[in-house]
Ligand binder design. Structure first.
Ligand SMILES: [Fe+2]
Length: 184
């Protein structure tokens, strides 16, 4: 279950109903899905196959045309450069959908009205950050995440930076349990 924090208000939400209510209020779709350990570590094709029902619903709702599985570990070549692309406030003209199957990370969402919200995601979290939402993303200290992604444009999206510097006052504080990850 995602942990939600509102740093400016010193609030942390962990109760599922509170988390859903808060995320809905800032326009973020959020659901939980079951991720058995054998799926978390399965080859990408099997992961996609396992969630086909879920993905079909998302495609019907959002018009997404491609899905893949991204694997990031501390051994990923060019990891720091890759993470730097997403750790500054940005937006894009496609939704950012992640079904997390392993690892963890933190989305910071900057709503049009209201305080910045940090969402720590972990295995079983399905999140949709709608196109145009100001946000940034960082990994937790294990520097590991495995997630299904969906795109409307097979070429993927390009982050558009706001250059606001909003991210400078926020750390990717991760509160959730640390689980070993054995991605295929
Ligand atoms: Fe993004």
């Amino acid at each position: 279950m995602a942990t939600v924090r509102v740093p400016a208000e010193g609030r942390t939400l962990a109760d599922p109903a509170d988390v859903r209510h808060k995320l809905h209020g800032i326009g973020i779709d959020y659901e939980r899905v079951d991720v058995p350990p054998e799926i978390a570590a399965a080859p990408a094709a099997r992961v996609l196959e396992s969630y086909e029902g879920e993905l079909a619903k998302l495609r019907a709702r959002g018009g997404y045309v491609t899905a893949d599985v991204i694997d990031v570990t501390p051994q990923t070549p060019g990891l720091d450069a890759m993470l730097a692309k997403f750790s500054r406030e940005h937006w894009h003209d496609d939704d950012e959908i992640r079904l997390i199957v392993a690892g963890s990370g933190v989305f910071h969402i900057h709503p049009k009205n209201g305080a910045i919200v940090a969402i720590e995601v972990e295995a079983g979290d399905l999140i949709r950050v709608p196109a145009g939402t100001l946000h940034w993303f960082e990994l937790c200290d294990t520097k590991t995440i495995r997630a299904i992604r969906l795109f409307r444009d097979p070429a993927g999206w390009t982050p558009r930076y706001t250059e606001s510097g909003a991210e400078s006052g926020y750390q990717p504080i991760c509160l959730g349990p640390r689980r070993p990850v054995t991605a295929a």
